[in-house]
Structures are given as C-alpha cells and as structure tokens.
Design a binder for this molecule. Structure first.
Ligand code: SAM
Length: 296
C-alpha cells in the first residue's frame, strides 16, 4: 500500500467523523468565547469537503450510517430518528453540515471536512494552518480555501511541521491531529510530534483522533496520555463487534479540554452510541484532572 493511498472521500461523514467533528466544533466554539484570537492547526486536513452523491463516497455509503442518521441532515433521508433529542455538539455539527455548500448555487449533497468546519467558525482575527500531503486533496483544498487570507495551506508533513508553529503569538491554539493510520509510521510519528509540540506549548488544546482496530491493541491513547501532565480526557465510541478486520469504533484523546466538554460529551456520547452503533452501542469517557490529586 502506497504511503498516500488513503482518501478520506471514502469515509466522509461516517461515525468517526461525527465524533471527531462534533468535538472539534465544540472546542472552537469554546475558544471563540474570548476576544483573544486563536490559531487552529489541522495537521492532516484532507480535501476540505466531500461530495456524498458522487465519486468515492458512493462506494460504501459510509455517510448513511453516520451523518445520514442525524436528524435534519437530509430532508428526504429515511434516517434521523432523533430531531429534538440531539444535544449541543451533535446539533451544531448537523446544522453546519446540512447548510454547507462548496459554492452557493450548488444543490448536491456534501459533507464538510475539518477545514470547512474550521472555516465556518473562524472569526476574522483568528488564523488556521492546514497540512495535507496528498496532491489531489491538496489541490481541492487550495481551490476552496486558497483565497481565504486567514488560512495558510501547506503541502507538507503535518507531524514534522507542527512544532514550528508553536507557541502561537496569542498563546491560544487548537491542534487537530487526524492521521490516516494506514502506515505504521503514523503510530511512531504521532507521539514524537505531539511530545515536541507539548514541550513548546504545554497549554494548547490538542484533539487527537484514533481508530479502534480489531488486529491492534489500543495502546496509543495510553501513550498519548503519558505525554501530558495537565487535564486530559479520552472519549471512545464502539459501534461494531470486534473482529480481526476493520474498525470497530474510534476515539479521541483531548489534552487541556475545555471544562465544559465533560458535560457535553456525557450527553452527546450516549446519543452517538445509540444512533451510530451497528451491533454495538458502547461509549466511554475518561476524564483526568491531575490538580484534583492522582495517587502520590
Ligand atoms: N482531517 C480531515 C477531516 O476531518 O476532514 C480528514 C483527514 S484524513 C483522516 C487524513 C489525511 O492526511 C489524508 O487526506 C492524507 O492524504 C493526509 N496525510 C497523510 N499523511 C500525512 C502527513 N504526514 N502530513 C499531512 N497530511 C497527511
């Protein structure tokens, strides 16, 4: 498998995207509550947005078991069982995804990637940096975000480039780390890159997504937790039975999470597990605040 074989268009709008994107939006909303500008760094940005009714997305139709199950995303979709029960982060994502168009006249069905979601929340004084290595995805990203002066787009390795951006001048940043995990180097480069970033900027808000794969031990969250002494949390969603093949769920490690995220996840995760689960509907939230005293 080539290093750049991963194309997010196959997976856009799936259950993993719902988890990672609802938390990303929540965190940016939180940073946006103070006047001081923030920087958002997307180390693995993808194409920026995805068509759901053409191309790659049609192959597995993963979005139908993801964003398609959230009420109000598509008017004609049979899913969407809970209109009113969706709590904050899910409603926020669903509304932004439903209203997203790459250009105003377009009537196709789309799902916004992380760069489009960041763009929707960024204020005039905030800044974003997106890294994307794949030439085709980078070209789309450049076409759609290239004219937005708040964005800096880099066709570079996000793991390598992260450190140089930290700490940001305003000392406020959200770092979103969403690698494909298709090559084993991702598992090595991630802790290395994160350790370097934390050394330069220990107070940053870091959101790291990881898959739960049947043929792998989920050692990564522990490794990432071990790199940080401050507040941290881990949110997991397990939607399928564990088999040797494929992904049975996914999770997020969040370092220096907004304190309000705990209650938001405690209400959103059960809804996600309910709606997005296939034959498994489990969620788990681990929240650690070292200041409250852990052991010795
Ligand atoms: N963050 C995107 C979103 O939420 O919409 C999806 C990103 S997708 C899971 C991972 C992306 O990382 C792919 O588009 C892949 O081409 C890109 N990629 C892989 N290795 C990379 C690296 N070292 N630096 C930057 N981008 C990389």
């Amino acid at each position: 498998m080539g290093m750049l074989s991963y194309r997010h268009a196959f997976h856009a709008g799936n259950a993993a995207d719902i988890l990672k994107h609802s938390v990303l939006l929540f965190c940016l909303d939180y940073l946006g509550q103070k006047d001081t500008p923030y920087l958002c760094i997307d180390t693995h940005a993808g194409a920026g947005f995805y068509s759901l009714d053409s191309g790659y997305a049609l192959q597995n139709r993963e979005w139908e078991r993801g964003i398609g199950r959230l009420a109000g995303f598509t008017r004609d979709h049979s899913g969407g069982e809970t209109a009113s029960a969706s709590p904050g982060p899910l409603e926020r994502l669903t509304a932004l995804a439903r209203d997203f168009r790459p250009c105003p006249a377009d009537s196709g069905l789309y799902y916004p990637g992380s760069p489009a979601l960041i763009r929707a929340l960024l204020r005039p004084r905030d800044r974003a940096v997106c890294f994307e290595l794949h030439p085709a995805d980078f070209a789309i990203l450049k076409q759609t975000l290239g004219t937005d002066r708040r964005f800096s787009l880099r066709r570079e390795d996000g793991f390598a480039g992260l450190k140089s951006l930290l700490p940001p001048p305003s000392r406020r940043a959200c770092v979103f780390i969403d690698p494909p995990y298709e090559i084993k180097e991702d598992y090595e480069n991630l802790p290395h890159s994160l350790a370097g970033a934390l050394k330069r900027f220990p107070t940053g808000l870091y959101i790291i997504w990881y898959p739960l794969l049947g043929n792998k031990d989920a050692a990564l969250p522990e490794t990432l937790f071990g790199l940080h002494r401050g507040n941290r949390c881990r949110a997991e969603l397990r939607t399928a039975s564990r088999t040797d093949r494929g992904m049975y769920g996914s999770g997020l490690v969040i370092l220096n999470p907004p304190w309000t995220l705990k209650a938001a996840l405690e209400s959103a995760l059960p809804v996600m597990a309910d709606l997005l689960g296939e034959d498994r509907h489990e969620w788990d939230l681990r929240w650690e605040s070292p200041s409250r005293g852990r052991g010795i």
